[in-house]
Design a protein around this ligand. Sequence first.
Ligand code: PMP
Length: 343
Amino acid sequence: MARQIEEWIRPNIRALAPYSTARDEYEGELGIYLDANENPYDNGYNRYPDPHQRVLKRQIARIKGVSAERIFIGNGSDEPIDLAYRVFCRPGVDNAVSIAPSYGMYKVAASINDVEFREVPLRQDFSLDEEALLAAADERTKLLFVCSPNNPSGNSFPREQLLRIVDRFPGMVVVDEAYIDFASQASLLADLERYPNLIVLQTLSKAWGMAGLRLGLAFASPRVVEVFSQVKYPYNINGLTQRIVGERLEHPVDDQVHELIAQRERMLRELTGCPVIRQVFPSDANFVLVKVDDPRGVYEALIEAGIIVRDRSRMIGCAGCLRITVGTPEENDRLIRVLKQMK
Ligand code: PMP
């Protein structure tokens, strides 16, 4: 498998002589830095940040139970999504396969990189037809995207099914676990060592409450992490983000996550009783997907009431669907009250 991964990497990337930063050439702490053409007057930000985010990686390794050499830190999950294309897919030649509906950036990043994107619809109940997914791949399929829990449907796919796909697909499988902290099912992180072709994406934008700081994580084999690191912008995570994330990671968010899960369960219950709502889909995430007869009308009526939700009704398999994020108890009270009054 290790040899295969080497072959899947685009030849120009395999042959890349990556940029070497001033701090790569000298790593110690001597005190007088005349190597990086910085302004020497200390204001807290005058030095370049650590391009390898060593301190953060040690911290994340401890929290996630994954060794630091298997961790890539990106400017949001969107960075490793884009990097996966840039590293593995030859523009105009290779292709990627994904479930649909799912997170929109897989497709946008494919288009930007001139990579054919093949969407395999989920079943009507949003379950995953793994045979159809694998059948959509051919010898030029280098990437396969599965999001679990899936956005916007909210459901998780069984672990055994995901692992079977990773096992059977001869290419890189990206499993996006952006919402895993809200799920009852365990992450695939524990399976990384067994599957060198697995890339698990997580993010600090959801449960951890740091969307504004932009920090996404890709967990993968050390070789994949090494190549991603060679291709990324050298200073992709700015110094302020590295510092603040480091501080915030010391404060667990378990209480908030439990509260959000409890509120999600309450929303699932209460929304089921709203006359305007035809169907409430099960959710393992921090949002719920509901089906209505007139999604635009309901969307606009909610806007009138000062509440913004996401109209997903034009996505594959989502006719009539609105996606509603779980808010604070007070925000959810308001949402439920407004929806209950609608006919
Ligand atoms: N993956 C999924 C499934 C998402 O829904 C989102 C955000 N909506 C992301 C990734 C992006 O996360 P980030 O903020 O880390 O770029």
